[in-house]
Design a protein around this ligand. Structure first.
Ligand code: ZN
Length: 105
């Protein structure tokens, strides 16, 4: 999966299309990511001792990673990612557009 936690990503589909934000969490198994402020939904809470009236919480719902591009700091754009094998078997991500190293995977 090309997205990591703390990446700056650009949303390329859906209501938040064009938004740039930070990745809070990823779920590689489901290929989902939680992105700060993106895909916000209301979670309705049942009445409880803490919330006697019930409640409504706004939270970020997971986004499929195919709707996200990593932002290349050099291109200042969402870009497609390639991979490069470094010494000691480390895998680095590279920008497909300018070749900049976008960090270890
Ligand atoms: Zn680039």
């Amino acid at each position: 999966m090309h997205i990591r936690q703390k990446d700056l990503v650009e949303v390329i589909a859906g209501d938040d299309k064009g938004v740039r934000a930070r990745v809070l969490r990823v779920d590689p198994r489901k290929e989902h990511a939680i992105v700060e402020g993106v895909n916000r939904v209301y979670k309705h809470l049942r009445r409880s001792r803490k919330h006697p009236q019930g409640g409504r919480l706004e939270i970020e719902a997971p986004v499929h990673v195919s709707n996200l591009l990593v932002v290349c700091t050099k291109c200042d754009k969402g870009v497609r990612i390639g991979y490069r094998k470094e010494a000691e078997g480390r895998k680095h991500r590279v920008c497909r557009r300018c070749g900049a190293d976008l960090g270890e995977l």
